[in-house]
Design a protein around this ligand. Structure first.
Ligand code: PEP
Ligand code: MG
Length: 577
């Protein structure tokens, strides 16, 4: 049966493919005692269900290793086959049936709960997350027990692999960079959560905040993600499918047309140059950055180097990563942000990661964490400084609220430099140091920040979160997340204006910079440096080359006086014609 679910559009585009479920589903099964004489039959029923699932998985594996199938599908199926063959899943429930006379479903779920509890205690976050695979295998066996064996759907060669999950952490999502995933949907999540941000950088359609996708969608269902409208269509009828196939082709055509802008100069009609920088999470993202000829890296979110691993990256490993980016950018600026861990981003290997903060967004995040862990911070500072010898590296400090945080960081940079001089490592003595303006306190009391820092970067994702008191990861308040709130616009424009007055360059590196609907507004506020995912650069450049900066300055200064949100929104739309 076909049905549609609506959520938050976080990454545009269309994906058509088969669902692969990733879940923590709570499984509701019947609990009853079997009669003594029925025990052997119950054990047999369980063994038959396991055998059915084994056959299903073998068939899936055969199909997954065929030509044209993504190799990661074979890997998923392989893991599930291994879990099924583990005696903890395929044998121990039989003992529970024999000894406690539990029905087969109940025995299996009890065993699963025990296993999931043990997984929860594993320190390694990658292994801990494998509990979802255990749950999925158990679900398959349960379905077989209930007499509903799964049909193994054929994956067509044009079909993508679509991940359907209750929730995905940024650490889960970053792993998709090495997998060929067509798109993903989740029940939880906000539009500027880091999971959504990584989705955009992967350039794959994604919808979050769907609420009920995970329980309603079945493995191998044919699904369409419309990442622009925030819609998931499950088992579409032939007409809808055809329409979406057509739209997908059209979108691909539009994207390829934009390529004409790659070598075009990024300047407005009246000759104002607008720098278009890229945001990256990992060194491998550089390929995409070079494809669109970005003017540099405006934000390297280094925390992603620390995720999905047991050991922290040491100084040399970090140095190699930063150096590779600096060299690849061949003299163009590379802005490396120091570790912004905490909030919705976690790394199991970092000390303190086991602590559940009462309110992670307001807790020991970013620069606060680094100043509390000076050895981790110094290691990163030395690695960044060493890499500065190989290109034009700038260092960016996240989440500043207090001037003392800048002073402490500058003192630590001096300490790192002294250590490097002693060990005779080369570095750029004049490496620029900048700060992120993403807490309203910093934007409102900017004077001492501007005096101490050589450049500023507005993190609008957090600036909006903290100005409007909206958790950016919580879909329940996502409708209140409003970049055009007059208070937000005022903080942004005041920061840009203060930077211009004091001759300190200001960039925007939050998601607003990559939204072509806001390009003219930001140019009108005086912004001349934008940093966004490389996949957005050409769309934004298209807006830049059609804009008149002088006219926009006049219109935007009038618009910023408006207090009524609806009038303001109307005027912003007008800027775009
Ligand atoms: C921001 O807050 O706007 C930003 C760019 O940083 P992040 O999204 O990584 O918090
Ligand atoms: Mg931020």
């Amino acid at each position: 049966m076909s049905f549609t679910l609506h959520g938050l559009a976080v990454s545009s585009g269309i994906a058509i493919g088969r669902a692969h479920l990733v879940s923590h589903a709570t499984l509701e099964v019947a609990h009853y005692k079997v009669r003594d004489k029925s025990v052997p039959a119950e054990v047999e029923r369980f063994a038959a269900a396991v055998a059915t699932v084994r056959t299903e998985l073998e068939a899936l594996r055969g199909e997954a290793s065929g030509p044209g199938s993504p190799s990661e599908l074979a890997a998923f199926v392989g893991i599930h086959a291994m879990i099924l063959d583990d005696p903890l899943i395929s044998e121990l429930p039989k003992d529970l049936i024999r000894e406690r006379r539990c029905n087969a479903e109940w025995a299996l779920v009890q065993q699963m709960e025990l296993l999931v509890e043990q997984f929860d205690e594993i320190e390694d976050s990658y292994l801990r997350e494998r509990k979802h695979d255990v749950v999925q295998v158990v679900e398959r066996v349960l379905k077989a027990l209930m007499g509903k064996p799964r049909k193994v759907a054929k994956r067509g060669k044009d079909e993508d692999l679509i991940i359907v999950a209750h929730d995905l952490s940024p650490a889960d999502t970053i792993q998709f960079k090495t997998l060929k995933i067509g798109g993903f949907v989740t029940d939880l999540g906000g539009a500027t959560s880091h999971t959504a941000i990584v989705a955009r950088s992967l350039n794959i359609p994604a919808v979050v905040g769907l609420h009920h996708a995970r329980p309603l969608v079945r493995e191998d269902d044919l699904v369409i993600i419309d990442g622009t409208r925030g819609v998931l269509i499950v088992e579409p009828d032939a007409r809808v499918l055809e329409e979406y196939r057509l739209r997908k082709t059209e979108l691909e055509l539009e994207r390829s047309k934009l390529k004409r802008l790659i070598t075009a100069r990024s300047s407005t009609l009246d000759g104002e140059d607008i720098a278009l920088y890229a945001n990256i999470e990992l060194p491998q993202d550089i390929e995409q950055v070079k494809d669109v000829c970005a003017d540099g890296i405006g934000l390297f979110r280094t925390e992603f180097l620390f995720m999905n691993r047991d050991e922290l990256p040491d100084e040399n490993e970090q140095f190699e990563a930063y150096k590779s980016v600096a060299k690849a950018m061949a003299g163009k600026p590379v802005t490396i942000r120091t570790l912004d861990i905490g909030g919705d981003k976690n790394a199991g290997a970092l000390s303190g990661s086991e602590r559940q903060a009462p309110n992670p967004a307001l807790g020991l995040r970013a620069i606060r964490y680094c100043l509390a862990e000076p050895q981790i911070f110094l290691t990163q500072l030395r690695a960044i400084l060493r890499a500065s010898h190989y290109g034009k590296i700038r260092l960016l400090i996240p989440m500043l609220a207090h001037v003392a945080e800048i002073d402490q960081t500058l003192a630590m940079i001096e300490q790192a430099k002294a250590q490097l001089r002693e060990s005779r490592h080369k570095f750029d003595e004049n490496m620029k140091v900048g700060g992120m303006i993403e807490i309203p306190a910093a934007a409102l009391a900017l004077g001492p920040f501007v005096k101490r820092l050589q450049f500023l970067s507005l993190g609008t994702n957090d600036l909006i979160q903290y100005t409007l008191a909206i958790d950016r990861t919580d879909e329940a308040v996502a409708h209140l997340y409003d970049p055009l709130h007059p208070a937000v616009l005022r903080l942004i424009s005041q920061t840009i204006a203060a930077g211009a007055r004091m001759d300190v360059p200001v960039a925007v590196c939050g998601e607003m910079a990559g939204d072509p609907a806001l390009t003219r507004l930001l140019i009108g506020m005086g912004l001349r440096q934008f940093s966004m995912h490389p996949s957005r650069i050409l769309e934004v450049k298209q807006q830049v080359v059609m804009a008149d900066a002088e006219q926009l300055t006049l219109k935007v200064s009038r618009l910023l006086r408006l207090e009524e949100p609806e009038r303001l929104r109307e005027q912003v739309e007008r800027l775009n014609g």
